[in-house]
Design a protein around this ligand. Structure first.
Ligand code: ZN
Length: 310
C-alpha cells in the first residue's frame, strides 16, 4: 500500500486509435503499478468529472459552450490535433476532476497523483496540442476558491513549454510558473512563464538535472508557495517521437526525485499530473510514469525515516 492516493478513471483513455498521443498509457500505468505490486487497488480513487463551475474559473463561457455543444470551427478542431467527440470532452472534464481530487489528497497526505491530466497547452478560450481543458489550472483555482490554499508553484518538466499555464497565470502573483523545456520545439511562440528554462536540442541527464536544480532554487528564492503542482511529462526521454532531448529513464527518475525532495524539504504538499510522453515504445512512456510514482514513494519513505530519526 502506498502512503498516498492515485486518482484514475478509465475515461482518461480518449480512445484516439492510431495517434501519437497514446492515451491508453494511463490505463497501462495503472495496470503496471498493480502488476508490479507498487500499488494495490485500495490506493486508487476514482474522480467525478469537474463541474462546469470549476471549469469556468479558468476557461471562457464561449469555449466551454463550444466544447459541450460541438460548435468548434474547423480551425479550432485542427489546432486541437485530436478528434472531437463527446467522449473526449468527458475525458477532459474527468481529468480536471482528477487533478482537483489529487491536489486535495496531496494537502492531506503530502503527495497526490492524477494518473492522467497535465494538459498544459489549453488556454482560457481555446485548446491546442492535444489539450482541451487545463486540468491543473482548474484544480489550482478550485483550491483557491475553497480557501484551501492560495500560493502554488507549478513545476513543468514536459519537453514542451507550458504555454497554457503561462497564459492563464500571467500577472497572477498567487501562482508561480516554472517550465523547463526544449526551446526548439512546439509551442511557438512561448508566452513567458515566471521562469522559463530554454534547453538546447540534445541536452542529456547531467546538464538537465543541473539546470533543474538551479531553476528550483531560483523559484524558491523568488516565491514562497504553499503547494507544488508537478507536471511531469515523460517526453524529455531520448526515444520520444515529439521531443529532442536525450534523458534516460534513470535521469527522468532522478528529475522527479529532485523535484519531490526540494518540495518535501520545505514541507510542501506535491500534486502530480502526467502530461506528455510519446516514446516509440509505449511501454517506455508507461515505465517513466511508473517511475514517477516510485520516486514519490521513496521520497515519502525517506521523509518518514527522517521524522523518526529527528
Ligand atoms: Zn509534451
Amino acid at each position: 500500500m502506498l502512503p498516498f492516493k492515485l486518482v484514475y478513471h478509465e475515461g482518461y483513455d480518449l480512445r484516439l486509435g492510431q495517434h501519437v498521443f497514446q492515451s491508453q498509457k494511463f490505463g497501462m500505468v495503472r495496470d503496471a503499478l498493480l502488476a508490479g505490486k507498487i500499488a494495490d487497488r485500495g490506493d486508487f480513487l476514482s474522480p467525478e468529472p469537474a463541474t462546469d463551475e470549476d471549469i469556468l474559473r479558468v476557461h471562457t463561457p464561449d469555449w466551454v459552450d463550444k466544447l459541450k455543444h460541438d460548435k468548434l470551427s474547423i480551425a479550432e478542431r485542427v489546432r486541437l490535433e485530436i478528434p472531437y467527440s463527446q467522449a473526449v470532452v468527458r475525458g477532459f472534464w474527468l481529468a480536471a476532476g482528477g487533478s482537483i481530487l489529487a491536489a486535495r489528497c496531496a494537502i492531506r497526505d503530502g503527495f497526490g497523483f492524477n494518473i492522467g491530466g497535465g494538459f498544459h497547452h489549453a488556454f482560457p478560450g481555446h485548446g491546442e496540442g492535444f489539450c482541451m481543458i487545463h486540468d491543473v489550472a482548474v484544480a489550482i483555482r478550485r483550491l483557491q476558491a475553497d480557501g484551501a490554499l492560495q500560493r502554488v508553484l507549478v513545476v513543468d518538466t514536459d519537453v514542451h513549454q507550458g504555454n497554457g499555464t503561462a497564459a492563464i497565470f500571467a500577472g497572477d502573483e498567487s501562482v508561480f510558473t516554472l517550465s523547463l523545456h526544449q526551446e526548439n520545439n512546439y509551442p511557438d511562440p512561448k508566452p513567458p512563464s515566471d521562469l522559463d528554462v530554454n534547453l538546447a536540442d540534445g541536452v542529456g541527464d547531467e546538464q538537465y538535472l543541473e539546470l533543474l536544480d538551479k531553476a528550483l532554487a531560483e523559484a524558491f528564492r523568488r516565491f514562497a508557495p504553499q503547494m507544488l503542482f508537478y507536471i511531469g511529462g515523460a517526453d524529455p526521454y531520448r526515444d520520444d517521437q515529439l521531443g529532442g532531448l536525450l534523458l534516460t529513464m534513470q535521469g527522468l527518475q532522478e528529475r522527479d526525485a529532485l523535484v519531490f525532495a526540494e518540495a518535501r524539504l520545505r514541507g510542501l504538499p506535491v500534486a502530480v499530473a502526467f502530461a506528455g510522453g510519446y516514446a516509440r515504445q509505449v511501454e517506455d512512456t508507461v515505465g517513466i510514469h511508473v517511475n514517477t510514482v516510485i520516486a514519490a514513494r521513496e521520497c515519502a519513505a525517506a521523509r518518514l525515516r527522517q521524522g523518526i530519526d529527528a
